[in-house]
Design a protein around this ligand. Structure first.
Ligand SMILES: Cc1ncc(COP(=O)(O)O)c(C=O)c1O
Ligand SMILES: N[C@@H](CCCC[NH3+])C(=O)O
Length: 424
């Protein structure tokens, strides 16, 4: 079976290897749980987008919620990326990583006035506004500052992306965006407000999309709207087009980024919109297959109905299985020859029955072995918590044969540093 993450993730002489670094050795050097990312895999994924968009006005804004480690952001900033942010905290990370704020788009349904002010002061490129009350609040904040806020409206095209209900964002029952039927009216409202300048249109239908068809359906709705909005006398400069392209976790076969973009660009050109600037906000497809989570097998607990393989990573480190019943590949770092293969539920130490990382996995394992949870570069560390007062994992980036610690393991003292005892 091809490993998700190939060719950067490979097996060499029985050892699971990321770029040129053997992961078992890395686990011993830095301890576990440990997130490890391949820089070449991240840049390779980005290159797919850049290749397809070359020669056109465009901006790739990495959706940093997928993985917001500063060194990951620095990697993308140096490659020319902008960023899609959803909070003031993410804006601070972009600045700390040396990113260009003028290439930042600010998404999200619940931006606070303080965050709007912070983003206007910093000079973000565009606010992706998701409702009329938000338009009014942003106009008021900008006016009070003597500024004009650049805006796109996020339209909800009511297109079924065929993804998990928790990660669908473009159906009318989802909280995101302005209903496409009302979009022209809301654009008129936006254009009438004193603190705003309409710049573009934004659309996002969900994450982990594996088919081209829903992207094209949403694009057609967006192009219809652009034509109607411009007919109403409001020019649209850029189109910010999502969903998020999926990755391979098990047997999914999503299109490559350049194939997907090729199909979208062909439709855009055919409908006479090829001159517009395009913005894309990929997250998962830039980092997901670039990362693994390493964990050590602590105890084996065979049972009557289930065999449990208890590891030192848990749902607080990687929430996707507990939250979406997501299937994540689990492979041993060092191949065991002639080992006894059994079916295991791979579970963590957290006190919840939902704390599992993989169910019914055929593995030959022994306590002390290192397992790699693959395709874990996106929505892994960025969704980690401190539940059970567990320190968050360390993170390493590999570059060829070099491994660099880019986040230290969190200590208990760091976790409760901001807490206070009651004074008598
Ligand atoms: C507005 C917006 N932009 C970008 C993303 C990133 O999506 P993905 O990680 O699937 O590429 C999301 C997540 O669904 C989103 O809602
Ligand atoms: N966190 C989700 C995806 C959400 C995408 C952001 N809107 C996941 O792990 O798959």
């Amino acid at each position: 079976m091809t490993l998700p993450g190939a060719p950067y993730l490979s097996r060499r002489d029985g050892q699971l290897t990321l770029e040129d670094v053997a992961l078992d050795a890395l686990a011993h050097e830095f301890g576990t749980p440990l997130y490890v990312y391949s820089q070449a895999a991240m840049l390779g994924a980005l290159a797919g987008y850049q290749r397809a968009l070359a020669g056109r006005p465009h901006l790739v804004c990495y959706a940093m919620k997928a993985n917001s480690n500063l060194a990951v952001l620095q990697t993308f900033a140096r490659a020319g990326c902008g960023f899609d942010i959803v909070s003031g905290g993410e804006l601070q990370r972009v600045i700390a990583a040396g990113g260009d704020v003028a290439k930042v788009v600010f998404s999200g349904v619940g931006k606070t006035r303080a965050e709007m002010k912070q983003a206007l002061e910093a000079g973000v490129r565009c606010f992706n506004v998701e409702s009329e009350p938000e338009l009014e609040a942003l106009s008021a904040v900008a006016t009070a500052m003597g500024r004009i806020a650049p805006v796109s409206l996020r339209v909800n095209p009511d297109v079924d992306a065929g993804t998990h209900p928790y990660i669908s964002t473009g159906l009318k029952g989802n909280k995101f965006g302005v209903a496409h039927q009302r979009a022209v009216e809301v654009y008129r409202h936006a254009a009438s407000l004193p603190g705003l300048a309409v710049r573009g249109i934004d659309c996002h239908i969900g994450s982990q999309l594996t088919e081209v068809a829903p992207f094209l359906d949403a694009l057609d709705r967006v192009l219809d709207l652009v034509e109607a909005i411009e007919a109403a006398g409001i020019p649209i400069h850029h189109m910010d087009l999502g969903g998020g392209l999926g990755i391979t976790y098990t047997d999914e076969t999503p299109p490559a980024a350049d194939a997907l973009l090729g199909a979208l660009l062909a439709r855009i050109d055919a409908r006479g919109h090829g001159h517009r600037e395009l913005v894309f906000e990929p997250g998962r497809s830039l980092v997901g297959n670039a990362g693994v989570l390493l964990t050590e097998v602590l105890y084996l607990k065979p049972g009557e109905t289930k065999n449990f393989c208890i590891v030192d990573a848990a749902m607080n480190d990687l929430m996707r299985p507990a939250m979406y019943e997501a299937w994540m590949g689990i492979v041993p770092c060092a191949e065991r020859s002639g080992g006894d293969v059994k079916t295991w539920d791979v579970v963590g130490p957290v006190c919840e029955s939902g704390d599992w990382l993989g169910r019914d996995r055929a593995l030959a394992v022994q306590p002390g072995d290192t397992l790699a949870i693959v395709s874990a570069g996106a929505y892994g560390m960025s969704m980690a918590s401190n539940y059970n007062t567990r320190g968050r994992a360390a993170e390493v980036i590999v570059q060829g044969a070099r491994a660099r610690l880019v986040r230290e393991r969190e200590t208990a003292a760091q976790q409760f540093a901001g807490e206070r005892l009651l004074e008598d």
